[in-house]
Design a protein around this ligand. Sequence first.
Ligand code: PHE
Length: 378
Amino acid sequence: MTEPDSRRDETLLAIAKAETIDALEALRVEALGKKGWVSALLKTLGGMTPDERQTEGPKIQGVRAAIADAIAARKAELETAELNARLASETLDLTLPAPAAPKGSVHPVSQVMDELAEIFADLGFAVATGPEIEDDWHNFTALNMAETHPARAMHDTFYFPDHDAMTVPASSSEAVGEKRRMLLRTHTSPVQIRSMVKQGAPIRIIAPGRVYRSDSDATHTPMFHQVEGLVIDRDIHLGHLKWTLETFLKAFFEREDIVLRLRPSYFPFTEPSVEVDVGWKDEKGRRVLGGDGDAPGHGWMELLGSGMVNARVLEFAGLDPSEWQGFAFGVGVDRLAMLKYGMDDLRAFFDGDGRWLDHYGFSAFDQPTLSSGVGARA
Ligand code: PHE
């Protein structure tokens, strides 16, 4: 066998064995490419006598054609195999049932927060927010709880280690260089301070968000939700607070027979302070709402702390108490949700159990609006 013949056979064998288009292309370049060995053979024709060319020409052309044909044939085979493999793997079984509609629901806490935003927006309140990782000046000191104040101890505060304390930066309008301990905010009241410092007066805001206390049982979880309310203006008095809370709770529970019980109380940041319990009886005099029942058929649920903003707090926040007054309140959002939608264990709110959410969650289409009643449809 001549040399070109044996090389041709080697190449044809390699083509037959090629498993990929790339491998095939490499073989093509090696033989038929500009610098390939078949191309080199073709070039030798120019230096031959006419007789030699007569016999050698067809042979070399035959080698070229055999290789080109083999490559084309193998390429077609590989492409067909690839297509078949794709068709086999990308099957679509049209006899399968349609997939279940995507599931998911709005958590009652989110739903209630939306309801509150809707109710208070109608009363002219904007929504404000503050950080959950707070410093002890905003969480306590500026709210009239000095370092030695006993109320601090009552908050079961989660503190960060001392080395995380922050130093008030030179850019601040507050006590530059002062060291402040960092903590997880124990209530939303620091947003009062942040709002007053930032925007001055007048103010009408609610501030919903997460708060943290080291406490856990059926009605207390280490993380829970509050909504703070703050109104600062001229000539604000306790009557404005009472009207606002009544209007809010009637809109929220969607009933006119809401009874509020205002109890004198104490918070360092309000003076006077008022704690608000809510309760009502049904038409037969049975208790419909409220725990801690006192008289038969009557019950009360502690819902809310409130009061007139303490003059000291206004001063801490840079407002002149002879010009501005206001009221503030803090409500437990989770408690509102439990009362309105009938859950009895707060811990289940944060278990992330899909079945609980299936039962108590809301459709994303259930947007609270005042015109259709802020409550979600059952
Ligand atoms: N921050 C108080 C608490 O968490 C509630 C409160 C807010 C009381 C505003 C008065 C005014 O218990």
